[in-house]
Structure formats: C-alpha cells, structure tokens
Design a protein around this ligand. Sequence first.
Ligand SMILES: *[C@@H]1O[C@H](CO)[C@@H](O)[C@H](O)[C@H]1NC(C)=O
Ligand SMILES: *[C@@H]1O[C@H](CO)[C@@H](O)[C@H](O)[C@H]1NC(C)=O
Ligand SMILES: *[C@@H]1O[C@H](CO)[C@@H](O)[C@H](O)[C@H]1NC(C)=O
Ligand SMILES: *[C@@H]1O[C@H](CO)[C@@H](O)[C@H](O)[C@H]1NC(C)=O
Ligand SMILES: *[C@@H]1O[C@H](CO)[C@@H](O)[C@H](O)[C@H]1NC(C)=O
Ligand SMILES: *[C@@H]1O[C@H](CO)[C@@H](O)[C@H](O)[C@H]1NC(C)=O
Ligand SMILES: *[C@@H]1O[C@H](CO)[C@@H](O)[C@H](O)[C@H]1NC(C)=O
Ligand SMILES: *[C@@H]1O[C@H](CO)[C@@H](O)[C@H](O)[C@H]1NC(C)=O
Ligand SMILES: *[C@@H]1O[C@H](CO)[C@@H](O)[C@H](O)[C@H]1NC(C)=O
Ligand SMILES: *[C@@H]1O[C@H](CO)[C@@H](O)[C@H](O)[C@H]1NC(C)=O
Ligand SMILES: *[C@@H]1O[C@H](CO)[C@@H](O)[C@H](O)[C@H]1NC(C)=O
Length: 425
Amino acid sequence: MQLLSILALFSTAVVGLSHPAALVRAPSKVCTVPAAGSESIDDTPAVLRAFDECGHGGKIVFQNTTYHINSVMNTTGLENCEIDLRGTLLWSTNISYWLSHSLPVGYQNQSTAWVIGGKNVHFNGHGYGTLNGNGQAWYSATGSVSNYPRRPHAMTVAETSNSKFYGLRFLQSQMWTLSIIHSKNTVFDSIYVNSTNHGGSSRNTDGADTIYSSHITFRNWEVDNGDDSISLKANSTDILIEDCLFHRGLGLAMGSIGQYKDVYETIERVTARNITFSGTLHAVYFKTWTGEQVNYPPNGGGGGLGHASDMTFKDLQATALRGPAFAISQCTTFSGTAGNCTSSKFQLRDLSFRNINGTTTSHNVASFQCSAVEPCENIQITDVNLTLQSDGTEADAYLCGHVEGTRGFNCTGAVCVGGSATGGC
Ligand SMILES: *[C@@H]1O[C@H](CO)[C@@H](O)[C@H](O)[C@H]1NC(C)=O
Ligand SMILES: *[C@@H]1O[C@H](CO)[C@@H](O)[C@H](O)[C@H]1NC(C)=O
Ligand SMILES: *[C@@H]1O[C@H](CO)[C@@H](O)[C@H](O)[C@H]1NC(C)=O
Ligand SMILES: *[C@@H]1O[C@H](CO)[C@@H](O)[C@H](O)[C@H]1NC(C)=O
Ligand SMILES: *[C@@H]1O[C@H](CO)[C@@H](O)[C@H](O)[C@H]1NC(C)=O
Ligand SMILES: *[C@@H]1O[C@H](CO)[C@@H](O)[C@H](O)[C@H]1NC(C)=O
Ligand SMILES: *[C@@H]1O[C@H](CO)[C@@H](O)[C@H](O)[C@H]1NC(C)=O
Ligand SMILES: *[C@@H]1O[C@H](CO)[C@@H](O)[C@H](O)[C@H]1NC(C)=O
Ligand SMILES: *[C@@H]1O[C@H](CO)[C@@H](O)[C@H](O)[C@H]1NC(C)=O
Ligand SMILES: *[C@@H]1O[C@H](CO)[C@@H](O)[C@H](O)[C@H]1NC(C)=O
Ligand SMILES: *[C@@H]1O[C@H](CO)[C@@H](O)[C@H](O)[C@H]1NC(C)=O
C-alpha cells in the first residue's frame, strides 16, 4: 500500500517534468553587442543597451570576442528573447566594487553579479560561449571564509519561465555559478562548469542552486568544482537531473535547508538518473540546519520546518568517492558552535537510491544521521556494487541514526554523530 503510493508519486514526478520550453518567434530585431576590447573600458553599458533594445521579441548577439564586464547587470523581465553568446564575458576583479554593488538574490542574503530572467528566453552558447568569473581573485581573497557576505554569484536566473539555457561554459565562477530562483518550466542543457582554485580549495563554488523553483531540468552538465555539484534548496519541486558528470566537488546536495526559524520549506519530487561521480565526496547528500536558531543567514540560522520527500536517484556510476555514497546530516549550524544533530524539525522521507556501481574509499555506503524529533522515514537502497579502492572488497556498511523503515538494506551500525555538515564526523 505504502509502496504503491510511493511508486505512483515517483512516476508523477517524471511525467510532470517534461515541459519543453516554447519556441521563440523569429526575432523582430537583432542587437549585436560591440566590444571595446580593453579591460579598462567597461562593456556593461553596451550590453545593457542591447538588452533594452532587443529584450522583447529580439535577439542579442555577443560576437566571438572578449567583453569586459566591470559592473553589475540586471536584465530581468525579458520576453521572447534570444541570446546568442559566441564569445567570452570576462568579469573584473575589483573586489571592493563587487562587495559594495552586488545585487541581492532574495535568499540567504546571497548576492549576484548578473540577474537575468523573463518568459521564453533562449540563451545559447553553442558549446563554446563562455562566462568567465575570474574567480581566482575571489578564491584568494576570501580564503577559508564560507559564504563571504556580498561575494557575488556568477549568474542568477530569476522570475523565469518557459526558457532554455544551453551550450554555455562557466569558468572560474566568483562564488556559486548559477542560482535559479522563483523560476519554472526551464531547461539548463549542456552546461560546462569549471571552478578550480590553483593551489587551494574553491569553496562555495556550487555548480547550480535552485530556490523557490519548480519543473527545472538539468541535462548533460559537467561540473568540476570545490563544493556542491548541483544543490536543491528551499521549495525546489519537480526537478530532473540527468546525464551528468561531476568531478571533485561534494556531489548532489539536497539543502542546506531549514535555515529560517519556524518557516516551512520543502524539496519534493526529484529524479536524478544516469549521473557519473568522479572523486566527489558523496554521490548524494542531504543537509539540514539544527532545530535551534543561532545567528542569521548566510552563515547562521536554523530552527526551520518542512520536509524533503519523493526522490529517486538511480543509475549512478562512481569513481573514487571520498566518503559515503549516500549521506544525511542534520547538523548544520552557525560556524564555530557545536550543534545538536538530533533536534531538527525538518523531515526526510520516501527516498530511493537504486543502482550504483564503481569505486570508493569509504566502507560506508550510507551514513544517515537523522533527527530524533522528526526521524527519517522510508528509505530504499538497492543494487549497490561499490568496491573499495584499497583492497577491492565491497563497501558494505550502512550507518543509521533515527531511520525508520529501510527497504533493500539493513542498518549495520550506529552513525557517527558529529558536527560535519556533509555527513559523518
Ligand atoms: C573565435 O575566434 C578565434 C580567433 O580569434 C578562433 O580561433 C576561433 O575558432 C573562433 N571560434 C569560433 C567558434 O568561431
Ligand atoms: C574599484 O571600484 C571602486 C568603486 O567601488 C573604485 O573607486 C576604484 O577606483 C576601482 N578600482 C579600480 C582599480 O578600478
Ligand atoms: C532588477 O530590475 C527590476 C526592474 O527594474 C527590479 O524590479 C528588480 O528589483 C531588480 N533586481 C535586482 C536584484 O536589483
Ligand atoms: C540577513 O538578512 C536578515 C534579514 O532578512 C538580517 O536580519 C540578517 O542580519 C542578515 N544577515 C547578515 C549576515 O547580513
Ligand atoms: C578544470 O580546469 C582544470 C584547470 O584548468 C583542469 O585541470 C581540469 O581538467 C578541468 N576539468 C574538466 C572536467 O575539464
Ligand atoms: C548518460 O550520460 C552521459 C553523459 O554523462 C551520456 O553521454 C549518455 O548518453 C547517457 N546515457 C544514457 C543511457 O542516456
Ligand atoms: C514554500 O513551500 C511551502 C510548502 O508548500 C509553502 O507553505 C511556502 O509558502 C513556500 N514558500 C515560498 C516563499 O514560496
Ligand atoms: C538535542 O536535541 C534532542 C531532541 O530535541 C534533545 O532530546 C536533547 O536533549 C538535545 N541535546 C542537548 C545536548 O541539548
Ligand atoms: C557501472 O555500470 C555501467 C552500466 O552497466 C557501466 O557502463 C560502467 O562501466 C560501470 N562502472 C563501473 C565503474 O564499474
Ligand atoms: C561489481 O563491480 C565489479 C567491478 O567494479 C565487478 O568485477 C563485479 O563483478 C561486480 N559485481 C556484481 C555483483 O555486479
Ligand atoms: C535485513 O534483516 C532481516 C532480518 O534479519 C532479513 O530478513 C533481511 O533479509 C535483511 N535484508 C537485507 C536486504 O539484507
């Protein structure tokens, strides 16, 4: 009975996901953006002029050259607009400028360098159009400080529907690469992200983050970074992630969530399939804030309500995972304080992990550290073939704390309850 209703929900999720973006009509007007060709000349005014003139029913063309983006851009409210990126947008590294001018994203006090959005927007990079955030300057400047206030995301897609972003390359993003907020029925296809720090970690360089968004598809992504490969946050529903390749980062993240005291948020109806993980920490992990609020976002919070449910992760391949393939941590709290890992009021339930093979460095297939207040319910894991790199034996440990209703596996031991926001201790 329970199983049937869950299967029904899972199939609804998949059916509900295919909302192809409507076709953009032939553009009435084409605006080709001129490039000044010098880093001391800001190309932003020319870009904004093109969006003003051609953002409704027109086409904006970036030629095969480098555009210097020295100022914030707000190109929202577009309609039936085509954007053709054949060159590189290169962001400036005037840190003090960006820290005082970056635009609010609308969640977690995050901010951005470029907010773009509208209806029927088709943004095509043809597989080579590049957004280069010049992130090395940011990785060096922010060092080990997490979520440095006002450090900008590379691009934010806001208030967007029936749109498509494809063939884009994001290099060295300043912080998160792509935040997607208040958006629906939008496809992000064939996107390459590479934010690697020469000689250090590239923390907070998430590949993409969804917030208050539904019916979003990620297809054919390749991400090489130092944080979440793709992360689904508050009110992300009906999300499909397929045919992707993730390198080095933390894997697919559900959360963090539960950061706002007494606010109800969910992540629901998620399907991820045919994903390859290469040297990531996890394949999939969940992170919620604890039940107690300590300080404020971006780096503090907690005490939030809600649930993450109805998710299927299947046909996963792994090479050299650095930790448990599947992890849950409900320990996220203000940095520097020891959180109560069992007090969260946010529940995880009806999760299915099916068919993972490959290699790992962890004996633990799963590490599920759930809340005692809202225990995890109904978790299925089947068809696991993970081989330890060290000796070729099978990873076979399933560590649990407050997990009710396992299918396809039995818990083999108690989870280590520690302060790690990414699972385990
Ligand atoms: C862009 O221009 C460069 C030369 O400036 C050329 O090597 C490259 O092939 C061009 N790319 C495309 C896609 O046309
Ligand atoms: C950086 O931006 C600030 C404004 O925020 C400006 O005063 C300063 O001249 C800029 N520095 C450079 C090197 O352009
Ligand atoms: C972008 O511009 C629109 C229209 O002027 C405005 O409503 C919106 O608040 C702006 N967004 C940001 C993040 O500044
Ligand atoms: C974030 O925004 C909230 C209001 O939404 C504010 O109370 C809080 O102080 C801000 N946090 C930081 C670190 O700026
Ligand atoms: C990302 O960039 C680094 C540095 O250029 C490079 O070594 C690495 O191979 C790239 N990753 C992918 C997946 O292309
Ligand atoms: C799985 O994803 C890869 C890209 O990572 C793609 O090349 C391959 O065709 C996909 N396989 C299937 C069966 O769709
Ligand atoms: C988030 O989802 C919850 C549950 O559906 C809803 O009550 C809440 O209003 C949503 N919040 C926002 C900001 O959309
Ligand atoms: C942690 O939270 C749980 C659940 O609310 C509670 O029973 C326990 O006493 C708390 N532990 C501490 C050390 O406060
Ligand atoms: C996992 O299984 C897939 C499909 O059977 C296969 O293509 C792939 O090579 C396997 N990967 C590993 C690491 O064994
Ligand atoms: C598990 O995968 C290894 C290769 O990674 C393979 O040799 C072995 O036959 C597989 N076992 C099962 C039960 O599929
Ligand atoms: C879990 O344990 C029960 C009771 O010992 C056993 O019947 C069942 O076969 C086990 N399930 C798996 C998947 O190992």
